[in-house]
Design a protein around this ligand. Sequence first.
Ligand SMILES: [Zn+2]
Length: 295
Amino acid sequence: MAFLEYWKHEYEALNDVYDDAVITEPDGLTVAELEFVRRGTQASPFLHKDYKQILKRDYHNISKLVIDDAVELYVIRKDNTQTLGCAADIAQRVSAFLKHFKIQAPQKKFRLIIYLTDWKKSLEPQPLTVKNINSGSTGTLNDIRYIVIWRCEEICKVLVHELIHCFGLDYYRTADIVKSEAITEALAEIYHIIFTLIESDEPFEKFIHYFKLNLQYGIDMCAVLQDVDWGKANIKGYFIDRVALLIDVDKLTKFWNNKSKTIEVSDAKLMKTIARTDGKLKKNMTLRMYYTNND
Ligand SMILES: [Zn+2]
């Protein structure tokens, strides 16, 4: 199978550069940095206004790490009884990602702002808004690229998604935002599985197992999403297209490997599958991917 060969190669290449991160912890933060974190957060277009208020009011405990002498990572907690937990994994992932995709200075200098909240993505209340779904965004402030992530839930996967945006690896981005986002997310899910295998010392042979579990979960989620009130959130197609792309993973892989201009997304196979699921799945459904860690 052609697609497996490609992802095996990605696994091996990422594994080779994993664990090499140089992480330092400088003393203190400047006023300008604190201002950057505050303004960058408030400027995030997909962060709900209620969440913006809570972050501004309650999240002041900032720790800074510098990754590979370039990336500035700010981890923000409500209080310091919470551990920094996932920060080390995040730093390793960022470092491996930059090396793997050959991101050099000055691009490499970006800021990563992470809020350790326990906010979960949720199908309630409806209609859905960014508060139910979005977890991160990428932007530019004072000519500096930055990423903000505001949920611990799926933080390592969201990180991969935002890194793809941050370094313009989403070369396929067009006016069709739904489709572009679905491609980014499908790729993020695959790289997330690969990273997680590396982090838990599992061989690549496990990839197909986790890929299939995740795909089935995505299909089940699409069945549930048929009954959801989407309000003005025009993103039902994003969830559908993402799973349709994973069903056609061979095509997605060729598209990514060849840097092709376009990819046709057909939901025909998906729709045939979900017709059989009968809508019985609503109870335990979340908006996470199946295979995830560091939550
Ligand atoms: Zn995105």
